[in-house]
Design a protein around this ligand. Structure first.
Ligand code: MN
Length: 420
């Protein structure tokens, strides 16, 4: 599929700030439930969410091609790409159709703050991979200091687990501290109570549009055709619970209580300018996992933390999506290689994306090196090893173009004390 790439020089008649995540080069899709209106697909432009149902009702989107814009149910990658191209036509500076129809655009352009953005597609399944190689190495060093930090399977298999889909929440949703079973090394028996090592994980995710048939695999070459686009993912984790429960079957309750995603699906078309080759894979993967050219992405990532006492957030980590060992196409090819089908609305996450430096880690576990090296919060002098009640964690990400950025908005969540 040839991507529709908006030229770097293109401009919209809608005012867009120079540092906006949502210039006309991006045009990501979301699901809004604005007060007093029907749920509708929206496209972000500058500070606005453009209501596509209103455009449809006013004949500015052809009903013959796009009859259903109440949700993503009718969408696949190709159709979403065509819809994005159509919306680009309506928003481009020289096009009068919407620009000169003030009655319609006054209604259709909703300030993002008023759009009441939802989880764009309530996922049917949630799978979390472990493809951030520096994260895997850091965790290996902490928990298996004697051995090789990477387990022998790491460079042969994109490691992952099936997570919990019905706790995927949209940015802004408060996260209740989970109760977990833990066991301290110096006591005889485990205990159950509020997690004392609540953590975030900086990840990217992608939604599946077109499903596949049970018993048939999806090849690396075809994998991206099944994707609608990417979102930011915070895979909240209770480390104390995880340590006690994870052997031999992997994460369970330490991960399943909540996962926060950003509300905008950024299309692979919009991300085309940020494609890169990615890091070398050595040993060469098995033939059915052979990597395709330019299947990685140069996406800057940031994590900020704001405690209840702070007035503004502090950046605590910088990373980049290029630190993935396995591409998202290889992940899908692996996941379906045994004949497991893909379904419309499946959400896949990449695994925690850490860089190599101390301040490039995608979790508190690594930033504080399992609690040995507390993070200083400059504004208030507080320090953190893991998350406290009242802390807000904000993930951000963007591809930096020539004079524009294609951003994801935020995936933010505030930690609430455990409920009685
Ligand atoms: Mn994870």
């Amino acid at each position: 599929m040839k991507p529709f790439v908006v030229p770097a020089t293109a401009k919209s008649w809608v005012d867009v700030a120079a540092n906006s995540d949502f210039p006309i080069q991006n045009l990501p899709f979301g699901l809004a439930a604005p007060k007093g209106r029907d749920e509708t697909m929206v496209v972000a432009i500058g500070d606005y969410a453009l209501d596509l149902l209103i455009l449809l009702d006013n004949g500015l989107i052809p009903e013959s091609e796009f009859p259903l814009l109440e949700s993503f149910i009718d969408m696949d990658r190709e159709k979403l790409s065509a819809l994005r191209q159509w919306v680009f036509g309506l928003l481009t500076v020289d096009d009068p159709r919407l620009r000169d129809n003030k009655t319609v655009w006054k209604k259709a352009l909703i300030p993002i703050a008023d759009a009441n953005l939802q989880v764009p597609i309530p996922p049917v399944a949630f799978v979390d991979f472990y493809s951030g190689v520096h994260h895997a190495r850091n965790v290996g060093q902490m928990f298996r200091p004697q051995g090789d930090p990477l387990l022998p399977n790491y460079k042969w298999i994109p490691i992952g687990y099936n997570g919990r889909a019905n706790t995927v929440v949209v940015s802004g949703t408060e996260i209740i501290r989970p109760r977990v079973q833990t066991k301290a090394p110096d006591v005889e028996e485990p205990a159950w109570g509020p997690s004392r090592e609540l953590d975030f994980e900086l990840e990217m995710g992608y939604y599946i549009g077109t499903g596949s048939e049970m018993g048939r695999r999806v090849t690396v070459t075809k994998a991206e055709e099944h994707m609608l686009g990417l979102v930011l993912v915070n895979d909240w984790s209770a480390r104390d619970g995880q340590r006690w429960e994870y052997q031999p079957l992997g994460p369970f309750l330490a991960k399943s209580f909540a996962t926060t995603i950003s509300p905008w699906i950024v299309t692979l078309d919009a991300l085309a300018p940020f494609r890169i080759e990615g890091m070398d894979q050595d040993p060469t993967p098995l033939p059915h996992l052979t990597r395709t050219p330019n299947s990685h992405f140069d996406i800057e990532l940031r994590v900020s933390l704001q405690s209840a006492k702070m007035k503004k957030p502090q950046t605590i980590a910088k990373s980049n999506m290029k630190h993935l060992y396995w591409s998202i196409a290889q992940q899908v090819a692996h996941q379906t290689s045994n004949g497991t089908p893909l379904d419309m609305g499946d959400l896949y996450a990449t695994g925690t994306i850490s860089g190599e430096g101390q301040d490039e880690a995608g979790s508190m576990l690594e930033l504080s090196w399992k609690g040995d090296r507390p993070i200083k919060l400059d504004e208030t002098g507080e320090s953190r090893t893991f998350l406290e009640d009242g802390d807000t964690v904000i993930l951000e990400g963007w591809g930096q173009g020539d004079g524009f950025r294609v951003g994801f908005g935020q995936a933010s969540g505030k930690v609430k004390s455990v409920t009685k």
